[in-house]
Design a protein around this ligand. Structure first.
Ligand SMILES: [Zn+2]
Length: 878
């Protein structure tokens, strides 16, 4: 998993799991998401689920938590089990993880549990004095105190956590709630303080202690960096307030607003912006002093178009203000607030002219992340007010974006998994297994991905091809419920996570912003809706193997903007899933197309797999997948030699078959690469080649007879059905002319459907218009043979026979390997069938092969690229 750490992973799983759905699968929730509590006996429902905050809570027995907690309590699972189960259900692959990292995730969860238990303990320990302070001084209601679990630290925490709750002392110390004093004695971290736990999604993410009698610092926090704002659960509302202190925030929440607090004015950072995504308006209510004003400006810069700055009068903080003012006063005050961007423009106007340009340059980056509409508005305003061309303004904004993204990338530390010696050893053994692809298919079934053998193998080869200079790209087409993403997810788990980049939606900007190296990676793009914009980028990455963009960038020395060319280096293997049937043709021709199996049999297989999954069958150990990932690391790019290329038959019509033949050869080459630890090598002109086996041909052949067969023809299953039906009815006379009406009668479909698929067949060059037009009825006929793949492609057994007899005698000519030794091709290898993909029926051709290729044919395949050589020069060392 790229740069993201475990926290992101756990968060992603949480976000993608619908808590109502998860809990609703176990207990009956009414339409208000209430239920009889499963954790204590009751007759009136006091258990409720809050989907907005992602938590459940029981007012009867005080059980409280998130999706994971629910499964832990209800199914008596460990946290890890609940995490893997939900990740699986959400279709999120588990990231590469060392056992240490896994332990870290579990420990972190335990630390969160310790903090929660601490908050509960202190909440139950509220003294009368503390309670009076909260209710009288701060005017908090009982409900607020209970909802936010406000408590009082009065000692005794160690005994409670370690002796009663049996948490490991070490983890309690790590959680920060206990500490060792100078003499090594374990003590409470907070003592004689009001405790404000910070709750997020039902977890306690932080604790803050306020002194009651002004002894020591007013506020102290748990040690370590503060990552969250106080009460971030409020960030689901459109309108939110930001206050400076926790009591201010609670006063607002109590008055019915959604509010968060910054825990210290320096705490608000750039990365917080993303958390405000659901909010459209954010009122910034900092204290009325200079520090507060500075803080408001900083927050404004980060939230930009969302920020409304509200100034509190007379150096008051909000909690004080509300002691002498009503909520109506506050509403009026809020309405007097000014949009941060307007305030900035005012400031620029007030700025002395000689410093203004500099200030404008400082300001413009703020517009990089605002809405298109706002950016246009403020570009207009600044252009008009300060007589700067819009083009210049635009370049400032763009340049700042690139600079920002560059620093982000620079700071990013790649999280590369390292493999143990044993894992590498097992990986090598795996690569030496002739049944590697069969094992792969079995593993995918263990991961719940059943059927689709050919599609899975095709995907596996495409992922593997990323190491080539000319990788395979795939489109996976099918209905939205067909399980495309799941299929891709499962296959991607067999590859090192750092080699796979997934985009759920992709925009040109997203690609342009990746100025790092994409070279030899797999780019997964889920769904195509709204992604047309990025077509150009992807095409250029596929064809030019790099993407060049010109952008103005500020020279740090002169302060001037200069245009620089940024390059994003490919090549990349692109895997795209889509519900669309037609894609940009130029893009599509660089790709293979797979169609998801939508048969009823496949649905049955999926159902069966689902039943097994929830009946307690354990998923394969992650360690097993690590071996597969390590195996991919052992594969090296290598030029491939296909010694029998000349004898391969391939359709010669229509014209596009030339390119399709290259695709077919690419498949053979990728298979050879995958089996590189089992294939012979030969050196010629100082270049060492891997020699493709008949097995590699067989793989390409089987894929070519089903999935690839369609890919070659680029036909949808429906169009193929039309062709099949029509063909079987014309009695072998393929030149027969048919009207659309004839076809309609043959297939029995609606007129509209027939028109659509006839059009597709004509477009793909399998039907042609024989006569008609100019007012006459169109008549169609077959274009000969490209669809008769089985009849044209040489069957592997036939190829094997050729190799064994005289017909490919040049093949049995000894060839020199890298060590100068002379080896014959190992014929016994040819007897190894590729079982994983032989399950499907394969059309067998009995017709004798005809080698009729006169023209120059491409060969050899060098790192997947195809060179031209003289056809007389087709074997090494001849
Ligand atoms: Zn309960």
């Amino acid at each position: 998993m790229e740069k993201a750490d475990f926290r992101d992973f756990v968060e992603t799983v949480r976000e993608r799991s619908d808590i109502v759905e998860v809990i609703g699968a176990h207990i009956h929730l009414d339409r208000h998401n209430k239920a009889l509590c499963p954790f204590h006996d009751e007759t009136n429902p006091s258990f409720s689920v809050d989907p907005k905050r992602g938590i459940f809570k029981c007012f009867g027995c005080s059980t409280y938590g998130d999706v994971f907690t629910f499964l832990q309590h209800h199914l008596k699972m460990t946290f890890w089990e609940s995490l893997t189960m939900l990740a699986e259900q959400a279709g999120i692959p588990l990231p590469n993880m060392t056992p240490e990292k896994r332990k870290r995730i579990i420990d972190n969860r335990t630390i969160a549990d310790i903090r929660f238990e601490t908050a509960k303990f202190y909440h139950q320990g509220l003294t009368t004095e503390a309670d009076n302070y909260l209710t009288e001084e701060r005017r908090f209601t009982k409900e607020t105190i209970s909802r936010f679990m406000i408590g009082y630290a009065n000692g005794g925490l160690r005994k409670h956590l370690v002796e009663e709750c049996r948490f490991l002392l070490q983890l309690c110390l790590e959680a920060g709630v206990l500490k060792r004093d100078d003499n090594g004695k374990v003590r409470d971290y907070f003592y004689k303080r009001i405790i404000f736990p910070n709750l997020k999604h039902g977890r306690v993410v932080h604790l803050t202690g306020r002194s009651l009698n002004d002894q020591g610092p007013k506020y102290i926090h748990l040690p370590g960096e503060i990552q969250y704002l106080y009460n971030e659960d409020a960030l689901y509302d459109k309108e939110v307030l930001i206050t400076e202190g926790i009591p201010d925030c609670l006063s607002e929440v109590q008055a019915g607003y959604s509010a968060v607090a910054v825990l210290g004015t320096h705490q608000f950072k750039e990365e917080h912006r993303a958390r405000f995504k659901p909010c459209t308006t954010v009122y910034v209510l900092m204290d009325g002093d200079d520090a507060g004003k500075q803080a408001a400006k900083k927050i404004g810069r980060i939230l930009a178009d969302k920020a409304i700055i509200v100034e509190l009068p007379d150096k008051l903080d909000l909690n004080d203000y509300l002691k002498n003012h009503s909520q109506d006063d506050l509403r009026e005050l809020k309405e007097s607030g000014k949009a941060f961007l307007d305030l900035e423009v005012e400031r620029l106007k007030a700025c002395p002219e000689n410093r203004r340009l500099e200030k404008i340059q400082e300001f413009l980056p703020v517009l990089a992340d605002v809405s298109e509409f706002q950016r246009k508005h403020y570009t207009d305003v600044i252009s008009r007010e300060f007589k700067i061309t819009k083009k210049t303004i635009k370049s400032y904004i763009q340049a700042s974006r690139i600079q920002e993204s560059q620093t982000e990338e620079g700071e990013q530390v790649e999280d590369k998994p390292s493999y143990t010696d044993q894992e590498e050893q097992e990986a090598l053994e795996l690569l030496k297994d002739p049944n590697l692809l069969e094992r792969f298919n079995k593993m995918t079934e263990k991961l719940g991905c059943v059927g689709e053998e050919n599609n899975k193998v095709m995907l596996y080869l495409a992922f593997t091809s990323r190491i080539l200079d000319d990788p395979i790209s795939l489109y996976i087409k099918g209905d939205s419920s067909g399980g495309k993403s799941f299929l891709v997810d499962v296959v991607s788990r067999f590859f090192p996570a750092e080699d796979v980049l997934a985009f759920t939606t992709i925009t040109t900007k997203a690609l342009y912003h990746r100025t790092d190296n994409l070279s030899h990676k797999v780019l997964i793009i889920y769904e195509r809706e709204g992604a047309e914009e990025s077509d150009y980028s992807i095409r250029s990455l596929q064809s030019e193997k790099k993407l060049t963009i010109s952008l103005p960038v500020k020279d740090p020395e002169t302060g001037r903007f200069e245009t620089v060319d940024l390059e994003i280096m490919g090549p990349v293997a692109v895997i795209e899933t889509t519900t669309k049937s037609h894609l940009h043709p130029e893009n599509e021709t660089r790709c293979f197309t797979l169609f998801i199996d939508d048969s009823e049999e496949q649905t049955k297989r999926i159902h069966k797999a689902l039943i097994t999954r929830y009946s307690g069958v354990r998923l394969p150990d992650l360690a097993e997948l690590r071996v597969w990932q390590a195996a991919q690391k052992e594969l090296k790019p290598h030029p491939v030699w296909i010694p029998y290329w000349k004898h391969l038959k391939f359709p010669t019509q229509p014209l596009r078959m030339r390119r399709d033949f290259l695709r077919f050869l690419t498949l053979i080459a990728v298979s050879t690469l995958l089996y590189q630890h089992q294939r012979q090598k030969a050196t010629r002109d100082g270049v060492e080649y891997l020699i493709a086996g008949v097995e590699d041909y067989a793989t390409a052949f089987v894929l070519g007879s089903s999935a690839l067969g369609r890919a070659i023809k680029q036909l949808s299953p429906k169009a193929e059905e039309l062709l099949d039906r029509v063909k079987s009815s014309v009695d072998g006379d393929l030149s027969k002319l048919l009207t659309r009406r004839d076809i309609r009668e043959l297939v029995g479909w609606e007129h509209k459907t027939v028109v659509k698929y006839v059009k597709e067949c004509v477009g793909q060059g399998v039907l042609e218009i024989g006569e008609g037009g100019n007012g006459k009825t169109y008549k169609y006929r077959f274009i000969k043979s490209p669809d008769e793949t089985g009849g044209v492609l040489l069957h592997p057994r036939e190829l094997q026979r050729l190799i064994e007899t005289e017909e490919l005698s040049n093949l049995s000519t000894p060839i020199q390997n890298a060590d100068g030794q002379v080896n014959a091709l190992n014929k016994s290898e040819l007897d190894q069938p590729i079982q994983a993909i032989q399950r499907r029926t394969v059309p067998v051709t009995e017709s004798p092969p005809v080698a009729d290729e006169e023209e120059q044919l491409p060969l050899p395949l060098t790192n997947g690229q195809v060179g031209q050589v003289d056809s007389s020069d087709c074997t090494p060392n001849n």
